[in-house]
Design a protein around this ligand. Structure first.
Ligand code: ADP
Ligand code: MG
Length: 484
């Protein structure tokens, strides 16, 4: 193992279980809505409330979504998968069991590549299984009672279980970011962590390299990537403290408290036997034909890694730029739209990438906005770049035009003509101006001619000022050189 990853001689081992809410309008086994934020208990069918005798009906769209996810992580998709009952008592679980897939999940053996300090690392995925969410207990409405909201009861989830392949909190965070990116690309989960649509359980252990893995603590239900990093780092320190203090780490479930930045014990860890899993007698094995799997495979959109490679190859942009422009499909789409609109040919992609990343995103970030909030069409960026390339405006004037685009939502060409910003590329005008400048600074001209070549910039500056910043810089340079 990589020495660099050891923490005071200890190797850290991390495996993540990520619960991703499957994007679907209706629940996993009923036709109730999955809409977020509805009044309590308004999206509850008799099945979701576990009325006796109600039977589950599989939402086949959810199965397709899981298959899509499995394909995206290069996993093995199983023709047969089986739903099991996981039995436990909780007030927000009226059936007394959750339907999940223990023995025969729909997907096994996938992988996700993360990029850690420029080096690709594969994180293996053990399985993806489908399960239903439970309801929600609300304890803070009254001091006398707890309330139950069953809107979440039966919401479709995918649990994506990694192998214990991560060695630092940084790797764990990169893994969740990459997973989130993939799920968003393929539209199987919107990954809105604030709404709880993507939650992670972090399994953390420490051991000395070359010895068997240590006992893991499982930190439950982490709902932000930042908290994931904090929880893991705290847990590493805690476990090292326990072991170096002569104690042993026990297998347990812990909770992360984001206000104190600490994890605390919730309960000792149950084993699978405690849940008395057994195949759900109300549900037949799920059969996915090869034909159906192939059809989904053919409908897959381009995935992040492929898109990034293509952007670098066909647009000649740097890896860093390609990373940013493929972060989400909307950005990638807008970039390609601008490139196809531009008339600057081979120059277009690099220039548009530059303007989008350095200028456009800077403004959007400052306003706390994303590309979805952009008020003017992306074609304006292409137009702006074209005007620079054709020499209509200088790069400096382009910045003025750019900020006017946000103010007025007008196209660059309209702004340029309204404000009279068109670049002066008329040789006679430039020549006349330069002659005037030189005549007005005879002493400086003498100095220049006797070897003080640093003064060149001075002449460029004054000429530009005379032309109100609109002079074509290349022409000014050229003509100045001739005349000096
Ligand atoms: P459970 O549901 O009981 O938590 P799972 O098999 O679903 O069990 O999940 C186990 C998770 O714990 C996986 O993500 C796996 O990679 C991880 N894991 C297993 N052993 C270790 C270990 N020694 N240290 C850290 N993580 C581990
Ligand atoms: Mg677990």
């Amino acid at each position: 193992m990589n020495e660099g990853n050891l923490v005071r001689g200890w190797e850290v081992v991390i495996g993540l279980e990520v619960h991703a809410q499957i994007s679907s309008n209706s629940k996993l086994f009923s036709d109730s809505s999955t809409e977020f934020g509805a009044d309590p208990n308004t999206h509850v069918s008799t099945y979701d409330a576990a009325f006796p005798g109600m039977l589950p009906v599989v939402n086949s769209f959810c199965l397709d979504q899981a298959v899509k996810t499995g394909i995206a992580i290069d996993g093995t998709i199983h023709n047969v998968s089986i739903f099991d009952r996981k039995n436990y008592f909780y007030p927000d679980l009226p059936a007394g069991y959750q339907i999940s897939q223990l023995y025969r999940p729909i997907v096994t053996e996938g992988k996700i590549a993360i990029n850690i300090n420029g080096i690709e690392k594969i994180i293996n995925i053990e399985r993806i299984h489908i399960e239903q969410d439970a309801g929600k207990s609300i304890h803070d409405l009254s001091s006398d009672y707890s309330y139950i909201d069953l809107n979440r009861s039966g919401i479709p989830l995918m649990e994506i279980v990694s192998k214990p392949d991560m060695r630092s909190s940084e790797e764990a965070m990169l893994y969740v970011k990459k997973l989130r990116m993939i799920l968003r690309y393929i539209g199987t989960c919107n990954c809105d962590m604030e709404k709880g649509n993507l939650r992670a359980d972090a399994n953390v252990s420490i051991h000395k390299p070359g010895t068997p893995l240590g006992k893991r603590a499982e930190i439950k239900n982490i709902n932000s990537i930042k908290f994931l990093g904090q929880a893991i780092d705290y847990e590493i320190e805690r476990q090292i403290g326990v072991v170096e203090g002569g104690g042993t780490v026990v297998q347990e479930t812990r909770l992360f408290d984001s206000s104190s930045g600490e994890t605390r014990s919730m309960r000792s860890k149950e084993d699978a036997e405690d849940y008395r899993y057994f195949p759900d007698p109300d549900l037949k094995p799920m059969i996915l034909t090869d034909e159906r799997i192939e059809k989904i495979r053919e409908s897959m959109p381009e995935l992040p890694d492929a898109k990034r490679t293509r952007f670098m190859k066909s647009y000649g942009i740097s890896e860093a730029d390609a990373n940013i422009l493929t972060e989400d499909t909307e950005i990638a789409q807008q970039f390609e739209k601008a490139v196809s609109f531009s008339k600057s040919g081979q120059n277009a992609p690099k220039l548009i990438a530059n303007w989008m990343i350095c200028e456009l995103f800077a403004v959007l970030n400052k306003e706390g906005q994303t590309i979805q909030d952009l008020q003017f069409p992306i074609e304006y960026i292409a137009e702006l770049v074209d005007m620079i390339v054709s020499g209509t405006i200088s790069g400096k004037i382009a910045k003025v035009v750019f900020s006017k685009m946000f103010e007025t939502l007008n196209s660059p060409s309209k702004i340029v003509s309204n404000m009279g910003l068109t670049q002066i590329s008329d040789e006679t005008i430039i020549k006349e101006t330069i002659l005037k400048v030189l005549a007005g600074h005879k002493d400086k001209v003498e100095e220049y001619r006797s070897g003080k070549h640093k003064l060149f910039g001075f002449f460029v500056g004054i000429t530009m000022k005379e032309l109100q910043g609109k002079g074509n810089p290349d022409m000014i340079n050229k003509i100045l050189k001739q005349l000096l």
